[in-house]
Design a protein around this ligand. Structure first.
Ligand code: ZN
Length: 179
């Protein structure tokens, strides 16, 4: 297993649409293991393959940070089947440094995907789990949570980020839950 490098906005790969996995191979299984290790090491509660530069529809999520691995979700080609209600959650992202913002999403989701054995898996989630699933599936479509906030807020952030990047100062990671 290996810890992979997490790409950060404005890296252009993060804007690309990931392709469905056609054949689940040993390489797919290894990638998923590496993504899980990378997510825990970050630490984060979710990670999508494009965040580590792989444009394949794979996500891992584990919101139970007190019992890592117990409720770990790994999904290949995940699709949202049903949504219900609305919630607002303050989101952060491992690929968006130094910023969190409130995002409106569905309060409950049902997501279907495949596991490493090509069996269909259905995951139902609410609260943080619903947020994390929607946030990760957004990554597969080249969308970041900052694409779901107002243009003004996004522009203020990108201006601040440019300053941070120019200054070359090391980043302080946010203690909040990163998705
Ligand atoms: Zn993210």
């Amino acid at each position: 297993m290996a810890i992979l490098k997490i790409l950060k906005y404005p890296e252009p790969i993060l804007k690309k649409i990931s392709l469905p996995v056609k054949n689940i191979t040993g390489e797919t299984v290894r990638l998923i293991q590496d993504m899980v290790e990378t997510m825990y090491a970050a630490p984060g509660v979710g990670l999508a393959a494009p965040q580590v530069g792989i444009l394949q529809r794979i996500i891992v999520v584990d919101i139970d940070y007190e019992n890592p691995g117990k409720n770990l979700i790994r999904l290949i080609n995940p699709e949202i089947r049903h949504t219900d209600g609305e919630l607002i959650w303050e989101e952060g992202c491992l690929s968006v440094m130094d910023f969190t913002a409130e995002v409106k999403r569905a309060a409950r989701v049902e997501v279907a995907g495949l596991n490493e054995k090509e069996q269909e898996v259905i995951v139902e989630g609410e609260g943080l789990l619903a947020v994390a699933l929607q946030h990760e599936i957004d990554h597969l479509d080249g969308k970041l949570f900052i694409d779901r906030i107002s243009r003004l807020k996004r522009e203020l952030y990108t201006r601040r980020l440019k300053k941070i990047l120019r200054s070359g100062k090391p980043q302080t990671e946010s203690p909040r839950l990163m998705i």
